[in-house]
Design a protein around this ligand. Structure first.
Ligand code: SF4
Ligand code: SF4
Length: 69
């Protein structure tokens, strides 16, 4: 089990903070718009170390950490 970032894409406004501040470059913008018209990020789980910086930075509570097998 390890903590990994999970994007709650419906809340994302594409500000880019998480993509910019992730120390592992594990986040990148996806290609599909959400209900707000924003492109939300996707997580590369191989790169994510579960540090939580993205969740702390997100102004819209669109990221959280979850335990994953
Ligand atoms: S938890 Fe850390 S390593 Fe994982 S996506 Fe967020 S900022 Fe990047
Ligand atoms: S910080 Fe939050 S609102 Fe901004 S791009 Fe990342 S998930 Fe979306």
């Amino acid at each position: 089990m390890a903590l990994k970032a999970k994007v709650l894409s419906q809340y994302c406004k594409s500000c880019g903070y998480c993509v910019h501040f992730c120390p592992k470059k594990a986040l990148s913008f996806g290609k599909e718009r959400n209900g707000l018209g924003a492109f939300s990020p996707v997580v590369d789980k191989e790169k994510c170390i579960g540090c939580g910086i993205c969740a702390t930075m997100c102004p819209d509570a669109a990221l959280e950490l979850r335990e994953e097998a």
